[in-house]
Design a protein around this ligand. Structure first.
Ligand code: C2E
Ligand code: MG
Ligand code: MG
Length: 712
């Protein structure tokens, strides 16, 4: 009899003992056998498994009624057994019988309706009432369970496949940081040959894996608080000690009753993305050319510096640096040389500062320094002096030595501004003040300078409009020879604005140069100057020369020669009557270009004058190399000439230099007779200044000509 029945009967027996009631065993047995799901049987161990008895369950299990199976009435069990499984069933049962044991075998049957069912048969060989060997047992339908199991098996297989072959690392760990499972991808990620090696070796995740010690604690904290972590990025050690960046997604696995089982999650190697990100961040925060912090990072550093100064009570100095003449070098020597210069200057600046200070590149030729922890303004001043000296050391570019200066503007925290933007603004204002002071110096911000800055902006706007509204005029200042006969005039721009009144060229010309307004402005001035000059008749048998000023930027720009030629044609003025005044900075950079343009002007027939000689580099070599006709001695070398021996000496030298090079020497700013006499005695050719006449409108000059007969 089958085991199920044995145990049920044993229980019944015990309960009958408990209650001491007589039990109709045959009836109980009958009920059980016929009501259990499945089929109880007795059969012969023959080729057909000839059934001697089957319970009522037979019909439901096989689709045949009991009598159709008994004694092979209609079909034998051997026939019911799925053909492919028959041999297996037989050998299993034979083996158990030979060993005198119970058997349990799973196989398929074909039901009367033609369905295939999975059954499990459990039985035992026994002797019947007559001593004949028979088999008794129980067969039940396990198709559903079988299908479920198979599905599970498949699922497990599929998941195992994913686990084994995933490109992401997958893990299960305990709370205290031991691996329960890891897949090959994780092993590979961390530098192990197999997952087992990783599990064995990496016994303490907390201390062995994360570079930042508190990382595992953070991971655990998030897990316990939210049940999961999402895109948790950390730097970790690999087996060989190298470091990589990973991103983890993980959750807590809980049992049916909510009990903790493990942490489970995936790991992705994001080292490449991280380094790309870092690179992007670097690019976002640093200037590519010099590697210095850029505006972004500067804002950040400045914020920190302000907080620090606030806390410690020290000064914080914000310094704006603008290189003098940079644009000039960049335009004339080319961008490569300009870049070289910027790189050189940035490394010099870096060397001047302490590591806690910041040098940033603000763009173009502008740098910003953030100087921390100064408790005396004096120490800032000496630092700035050092910075100026460093910047001023010669720089070798394209095989030539150059000297650049810088204008520095300083704003101090807290007195010049309480936040980053006002400090920056005020340092910028101070820097412009430094530029106005003649460059290569530094200026501290004072509140009056604010007004200056505003005015500058207003001037620019007004100038734009003023060009259109024809607010610009030309005045003419006569030049005379040693007998005070008029030989020419210098055309000087004048601006009369309804709001600002009359604005001096020294104020608006630099702004025009910076904003590009110099191009339309010069056009206006030249047109007016040439038109006036074209009206003037010769005097003492000589044509009256007209000198015009050309700013260096314009001079080196494109098309200038053609523009001037066109304006001359337009006015009907002979080129020989015009002198172009340029300053020395024209020769500072790309001298090849300067020589070429000068040559083209020469070919056109205009005269060329070096203006303001004696103020800048005043190199003798310029005078020899460039085809200049005229040298204009700057007013600073004329003022004081009559009683300052040193000034007189320089003026004398310049005049004799001009004479030996066969240039016309003109003195500017002659204000008194003593100066005139001295200069004339030294051999100066022409004279210009308030002594002779102030600049005046064309009409006034024409009257003066008529009145004086050309003798002043
Ligand atoms: P600059 O070319 O050296 O012109 C001479 C300046 O000296 C003029 O100043 C003139 O008025 C001034 N001056 C002449 N004689 C005396 C004197 O005896 N005493 C004193 N104290 N000053 C005297 P201004 O007109 O104010 O022009 C200043 C500068 O602005 C000019 O210096 C020139 O560099 C520039 N400038 C003027 N007009 C133009 C222009 O149309 N184009 C360009 N690019 N620059 C111009
Ligand atoms: Mg001039
Ligand atoms: Mg001058």
């Amino acid at each position: 009899m089958c085991s199920v029945m044995h145990s049920s009967l044993a229980r019944l027996r015990r309960s009958s003992l408990d209650t001491s009631l007589p039990v109709d065993r045959a009836r109980v047995l009958d009920t059980l056998v016929n009501n259990l799901e499945g089929m109880a049987y007795r059969c012969l161990d023959d080729a057909d498994w000839t059934m001697l008895f089957v319970s009522h369950g037979c019909l439901e299990l096989t689709g045949y009624a009991s009598h159709e199976l008994i004694e092979g009435g209609c079909v034998s069990w051997e026939e019911l057994t799925y053909a492919e499984d028959r041999a297996g069933v037989r050998s299993e049962i034979a083996g158990a019988i030979a060993a005198g044991k119970r058997f349990s075998v799973q196989y398929r049957i074909l039901t009367g309706a033609g369905d295939v069912k999975w059954v499990i048969e459990r039985g035992i060989a026994v002797a019947d009432e007559t001593g004949r060997p028979v088999i008794e047992g129980f067969i039940e339908d396990v198709s559903v369970r079988h299908r479920t199991l198979k599905a599970l098996e498949h699922a497990e297989l599929r998941y195992r496949h994913i686990f084994e072959h995933a490109s992401e690392g997958i893990f299960q760990t305990t709370r205290d940081g031991r691996y329960l499972a890891a897949n090959p991808a994780l092993a590979k990620l961390y530098g192990y040959a197999t997952a087992q090696e990783l599990i064995d070796d990496l016994a303490d995740i907390e201390r062995r894996l994360y570079v930042e010690e508190s990382r595992r604690e953070k991971f655990r904290h998030l897990m316990e608080a939210h049940g999961e972590v999402v895109n948790f990025e950390s730097e970790v050690f690999c087996r060989d000690g190298s470091k990589i960046w990973i991103s983890e997604n993980a959750h807590i696995v809980r049992g049916a009753h909510g009990e903790f089982i493990c942490y489970e999650g995936t790991v992705q190697d994001i080292t490449e993305r991280k380094s790309y990100q870092e690179q992007l961040e670097r690019q976002a925060n640093h200037d590519l050319l010099t590697g210095l912090p850029n505006r972004n990072l500067l804002a950040d550093r400045l914020g920190q510096a302000i907080a620090r100064a606030e806390r410690l009570g020290y000064f914080l100095a914000l310094v704006f640096i603008d290189l003098d003449n940079f644009k000039f070098i960049n335009d004339s020597l080319g961008h490569t040389a300009g870049d070289e210069l910027l790189v050189e200057i940035s490394s010099r600046l870096r060397r001047c500062l302490r590591t806690s200070d910041t040098v940033a590149r603000q763009g173009g030729d502008e740098f910003v320094l953030v100087l921390n922890d100064h408790y005396r303004v004096n120490s800032i001043i000496s630092l700035l002096e050092r910075v100026l000296v460093e910047i001023g050391r010669p720089v070798s570019l394209s095989g030539r030595e150059f000297q650049v200066g810088a204008s520095l503007g300083v704003a101090l925290y807290p007195q010049d501004g309480g936040d980053a933007s006002s400090l920056l603004k005020h340092a910028d204002v101070a820097m412009y003040a430094a530029k106005d002071r003649g460059r290569n110096n530094f200026q501290f911000f004072t509140h009056e300078l604010n007004h200056l800055a505003d005015e500058r902006l207003n001037l620019e706007t007004a100038m734009r409009a003023g060009i259109d509204l024809d607010e610009f005029a030309v005045h003419f200042q006569p030049k005379v020879d040693h007998r005070r006969r008029i030989v020419g005039v210098e055309a000087l721009a004048r601006w009369n604005n309804p709001e600002f009144g009359s604005v001096a060229p020294d104020r608006f010309i630099p702004i025009a140069e910076e904003t590009g307004l110099i191009v339309p402005l010069t056009e206006v001035i030249l047109r007016k100057a040439f038109a006036a000059a074209a009206r003037w008749l010769p005097i003492h048998g000589h044509a009256i020369q007209v000198a015009v000023n050309l700013s260096p930027k314009l001079f080196l720009g494109e098309e200038i020669v053609n523009r001037v030629a066109a304006l001359l044609r337009e006015a009907g003025l002979a080129p020989e009557r015009v002198e172009l005044e340029v300053t020395e900075s024209v020769f500072l950079g790309d001298s090849e270009r300067a020589v070429r343009i000068l040559g083209e002007f020469k070919d056109l027939g205009v005269g060329l004058a070096m203006d303001d000689f004696g103020t800048g580099y005043s190199s003798l070599s310029y005078l020899r190399r460039f085809p200049l006709d005229i040298i204009k001695i700057d007013r600073s070398l004329v003022t004081g000439i009559e009683h300052e021996e040193e000034v007189a000496m320089i003026a004398r030298a310049v005049i004799s230099l001009g004479q030996s090079l066969r240039k016309t020497v003109v003195a500017e700013g002659v204000e008194n007779q003593a100066q005139f006499d001295f200069l004339r005695f030294q051999g100066c050719n022409e004279f210009q200044g308030y002594l002779i006449a102030r600049p005046m409108p064309a009409g006034d000059f024409e009257q003066l000509l008529a009145r004086s007969g050309g003798q002043l």
